[in-house]
Design a protein around this ligand. Structure first.
Ligand code: SAM
Ligand code: SF4
Length: 338
């Protein structure tokens, strides 16, 4: 499709005919935690001037919305450690065509922000929680306090979001023995959970990813020792497979980049905290949106054209593997936005 025609459609359609309707915006690479699978202990963060400003991110959200995007997820790094962050949620929350404004957070600041986020229009929250054991939680996150996060989860439940879902990355011999406890935890609170296979993003020194790999199918069999799972109609327009947990209000999702390829139905792109548009989580294809926005400040048309053109380089799929523990992609997850 030539650019003019693509502009006429006002939609983001790639050369394989997939329409992008979902954008993940990473709004900072910084975080108050240093999770073993996500960051190294001595991370170097970007200088502030390299990050998109909140103003630039708002313009980006509005421009994506004008091109048919109806779901925006704010992620990071830890989004809630960014200064004045509520300004961004308030502005994105006012865009009518965004039907789903969601947040992925480690929960450490949720006790403070949950009700403001709800009032700003955030619809759903994903909260990462890999362990319910205080010491183990601290080991995995290196700096986190379990009770602060549990307080954040309570505050989010109290605020009444449309959905609250926990995200747990399962690593063999680190936390795979907590799969049932974590499932029990969400069932008791009427919230949902997704179990995530660790992805080879960035090199990590704390463990060998080949040895810690625990497949979604194994997680599912563990859960089925106590709960009956039935295939759910629920979809996240993403790589999760969902099951209802019979006799409860909770559902469980499995995010399985290794064992279940999800590329053919991919409807998403990501923007890094420094404004790089990533066309695929597992490939390096990217476009520098910060450059466009700083060369043509406030020019939404130029930004729209850049976004439409970018669709031409969205690759067909990713190519994750963990062979030899070598990361396929050198970016850490905090850069990419999970
Ligand atoms: N700080 C927030 C949080 O932890 O929820 C948002 C950003 S974090 C990068 C988003 C999600 O990515 C988290 O659920 C985290 O567990 C997951 N994640 C980070 N590194 C990962 C990896 N190497 N493989 C799989 N999931 C990962
Ligand atoms: Fe921070 Fe989230 Fe990465 Fe953990 S997973 S280090 S909380 S960005």
């Amino acid at each position: 499709m030539d650019i003019l025609k693509a502009q006429d459609t006002n939609l983001l359609i790639d050369k394989f005919g997939r329409q992008v309707t979902y954008v993940r915006l990473s709004i900072t690479d910084r975080c108050d935690f240093r999770c073993q699978y996500c960051m190294s202990e001595d991370m170097k963060f970007l200088p502030r001037e390299k990050l998109l400003t909140l103003e630039e991110m708002s313009l980006l959200g509005e421009t994506f919305a004008s091109l048919g995007v109806n779901k925006i997820r704010i992620t990071g790094g830890e989004p809630l450690v960014r200064k004045n962050i509520m300004l961004l949620f308030q502005r994105l929350g006012k865009i009518d065509s965004i039907k789903d404004l969601t947040l992925t957070t480690n929960g450490s600041q949720l006790a403070k922000y949950a009700s403001e986020l709800k009032n700003a229009g955030v619809t759903r929250i994903n909260i990462s929680l890999d362990s319910l054991q205080e010491n183990r939680f601290h080991d995995i996150t290196r700096t986190g306090n379990l009770y602060q996060v549990l307080g954040g989860i309570d505050a989010a439940i109290e605020a009444g979001f449309r959905q609250i879902k926990l995200n747990a990355v399962i690593m063999k011999n680190h936390n795979h023995d907590e799969i049932l406890d974590l499932t029990e935890f969400v069932v008791n609170r009427g919230i949902d959970i997704s179990f995530i296979e660790e992805m080879p993003l960035g090199s990590v020194s704390s463990h060998d990813r080949d040895k810690t790999y625990y497949s979604s199918d194994d997680v599912k069999s563990d859960i089925e020792k106590r709960f009956l799972l039935t295939s759910s109609a629920k979809t996240s327009a993403g790589p999760s497979r969902y099951y209802d947990i019979e006799g409860t209000e909770s559902s469980v999702g499995f995010i399985s980049p290794h064992s279940h390829n999800f590329c053919e139905s991919c409807n998403r792109v990501r923007v890094t905290a420094e404004g790089r548009l990533l066309l695929c989580l597992g490939q390096e294809h990217s476009v520098d949106l910060r450059d466009t926005m700083r060369r043509y400040p406030g020019d939404a048309d130029m930004l729209r054209t850049t976004l439409i053109e970018s669709m031409h380089i969205k690759p067909e799929g990713h190519d994750f593997n963990t062979d030899g523990g070598v990361p396929v992609i050198l970016r850490h997850m905090n850069m990419t936005g999970g």
